[in-house]
Each structure stands twice: as structure tokens, then as C-alpha cells.
Ligand binder design. Structure first.
Ligand SMILES: Cc1cc2nc3c(=O)[nH]c(=O)nc-3n(C[C@H](O)[C@H](O)[C@H](O)COP(=O)(O)OP(=O)(O)OC[C@H]3O[C@@H](n4cnc5c(N)ncnc54)[C@H](O)[C@@H]3O)c2cc1C
Length: 287
């Protein structure tokens, strides 16, 4: 994993099972030493590049929908696995549909206990939502935007004010992240703070992309994906022979970054769902 030979993707979401993940239907039936898996996953980030996928699969119908789900590692090269692209608004190919047609998977690839994959997934998701920090890269983006506005003599007093408000929020986030990371470094689990971090980090980043777009002005409207591929290649796009474009490398990135960042409040569990988790936690702790 560290040298990049192993790249795993996440197979949780299905067509009717996003926020309501426990309703998932991809099934895995035990047959000797294997599970035979049939179903469909979608939105799978980097699924076309990964060599393994960790999936939540239905192994039993029990009382609660969260029970009877198993966490299973599947080889992307296994017979019966097929991958189709989902193109994002900016035209890039990062997400995928993945279909499993009677794929045989060794039972040894189960992580945790059979029928108890929900426990594994819930713990892992805490790290997905709160396993990294947002503030350092946002500081760099603010500095770049300031430099761009100064160099171009662009921006209004309203923009400067909004940028200052964002900076104040980044400072507060930084303090929270330092506290959070120090608790992880001594073996703590992210817990409910992961939801808090995800909501604050993604929404602050979206506010920043709005300002970046505004700063870039009309240059941001030009469709020139050959100058920027923040998330991956752009299938079907034929760049001009001399690779030229309009604006600067900064303005070329503004629109793709803005469009891609819209997904921040959706993936890893939507921000509405995170607010629900936070509310329930608050209710419990004040009871
Ligand atoms: C860029 C991107 C990358 C992704 N990568 C992956 C991946 O690698 N692997 C993977 O498995 N999945 C991935 N996903 C899927 C992602 O986890 C789901 O999109 C997400 O959980 C929401 O599910 P949904 O799209 O089905 O929306 P829905 O669940 O249908 O939600 C629709 C709307 O209803 C709201 N809503 C639903 N239920 C409630 C509720 N109880 N309370 C309040 N509001 C509610 C939601 O907040 C949302 O606004 C990715 C998604 C995106 C956009």
C-alpha cells in the first residue's frame, strides 16, 4: 500500500442504497470455501485503477437490516467483475459502476465476522470522514488566491471581507484538528468528532472554491481540461495542438475544482446524515 502497488477501492453504495446503506442488496452466497457474489456497486472512486475492492455484501436476512452484512475483499481481476465509468460534471473519470456476476471470492477474504460487516464498516467510515486534516491545504489555497488577486488587481472589498471570514474559520478548524489528531496519535478513535470535522472541512472548502471561482472571473468559464486534471483524465477530450489556453494556470483550475468540490458534502455520507449523527449524539449526551 505504501509504495502504491496495492490500491483498494470502496464498494458500499448501490443504486437505492446510499444514505440508507443498510438496505444494500449485493448478495454473497457461501459455496464451499468461497462466497459467490452477484450485484452492483456505484460511485466507486478509483475503481478502474484499484486492484482490490472492499465490499459490503448481504450474506443473510436477519431482524435488523444492519445485521447479515459481511465485509469482503474482492480481487478486481476476478472473473465476473466489470467496470464502467461515471463521468463527473468537470468531465473527469474518477468514479465507476462495478458489476459482479457470480464472482467467486475465498471466504478467507472476509474481514471481521461473517454477518457483522456493519461493525467493521462503521469504524472504517469514522477514519474516512475524520482521518485527515483540511486546514493546511486550505491555508495554501487562501495564500494563492490572495497572491492572484494582488497580481491581477482583481477582487472587491466584499471578497476581501469574505476571505478574512474564511481565514478566521480556518484558524478555528486548525485548532480543532490539532486536538483531534493528538487524540488519534495516542490510540483514540475518531468517534463522532469525525462527523464534525467532515461537515466543517467540506463546507469551508466549498466556500473557498466559490471565492476562487469569483476571483477567476470569466476565465473560469473556458472549457480547457487539458490544463488541469484535478481528479483524473478527461475521456474524449482532444486538446488543441499547441496545448494553449486562455487565462493563467490558476484560473484554469478554478471551475473543475469548484465542480469537484460540490461532491464534498455528499461522499463519505452526506453532511445532512452527519448532522443527524451529531444531533443524536448531542441528545444522548444531554439526557
Ligand atoms: C464524488 C463521489 C465519490 C463517491 N465515492 C464512493 C466510493 O468510493 N464508494 C462508495 O461506496 N460510495 C461512494 N460515493 C457514494 C456516496 O457515499 C453516496 O452518494 C452518499 O452516501 C449519498 O447517497 P446517495 O447518493 O444515494 O443519496 P441519497 O441517500 O439518495 O440522498 C439524497 C438526499 O437526501 C438526503 N437524505 C437522505 N437520507 C436522509 C436523512 N435520513 N436525513 C436527512 N437527509 C437525508 C441526503 O443528504 C441527500 O441530500 C461517492 C459519491 C460521490 C458523489
Amino acid at each position: 500500500m505504501l509504495n502504491g502497488d496495492d490500491l483498494w477501492c470502496q464498494g458500499y453504495s448501490e443504486t437505492e442504497s446510499g444514505s440508507d446503506l443498510a438496505s444494500l442488496r449485493m448478495k454473497a452466497v457461501r459455496d464451499g470455501d468461497d462466497f459467490v457474489c452477484t450485484g452492483h456497486k456505484l460511485w466507486t472512486t478509483h475503481g478502474h485503477e484499484a486492484n482490490m475492492i472492499f465490499c459490503l455484501v448481504r450474506t443473510a436476512q436477519l431482524d435488523k437490516p444492519q445485521q447479515g452484512i459481511t465485509f469482503l475483499l474482492i480481487d478486481m481481476k476476478a472473473s465476473g467483475v466489470s467496470v464502467r465509468p461515471i463521468l463527473s460534471l468537470s468531465g473527469e473519470h474518477v468514479q465507476n459502476h462495478i458489476t459482479f456476476d457470480e464472482v467467486r471470492v475465498p471466504a478467507a477474504n472476509v474481514v471481521g465476522a461473517v454477518d457483522d460487516g456493519w461493525t467493521v464498516a462503521k469504524y472504517l467510515m469514522e477514519f474516512e470522514r475524520g482521518g485527515s486534516v483540511y486546514s493546511p491545504s486550505m491555508r495554501v489555497r487562501v495564500a494563492r488566491l490572495r497572491r492572484f488577486l494582488t497580481d491581477e488587481g482583481a477582487g472587491s472589498s466584499g471578497m476581501t471581507r469574505r476571505l478574512s471570514l474564511i481565514m478566521a474559520d480556518i484558524e478555528a478548524l486548525d485548532a480543532f484538528e490539532l486536538q483531534f489528531m493528538s487524540s488519534l496519535s495516542v490510540g483514540g478513535a475518531p468517534g463522532v468528532k469525525a462527523s464534525m470535522l467532515k461537515v466543517i472541512g467540506t463546507e469551508l472548502s466549498q466556500r473557498l472554491t466559490e471565492l476562487e471561482l469569483e476571483g477567476a472571473g470569466t476565465y473560469a468559464a473556458a472549457w480547457q481540461p487539458h490544463l488541469t486534471t484535478p481528479g483524473g483524465e478527461v475521456p474524449g477530450f482532444d486538446p488543441p495542438g499547441d496545448n494553449s489556453g486562455v487565462g493563467t494556470s490558476y484560473t484554469a483550475k478554478a471551475m473543475p475544482k469548484y465542480l469537484n468540490d460540490r461532491a464534498g458534502s455528499i461522499y463519505a455520507g452526506t453532511n445532512e446524515i452527519q448532522r443527524g449523527i451529531l444531533w443524536r449524539n448531542l441528545e444522548r449526551s444531554t439526557r
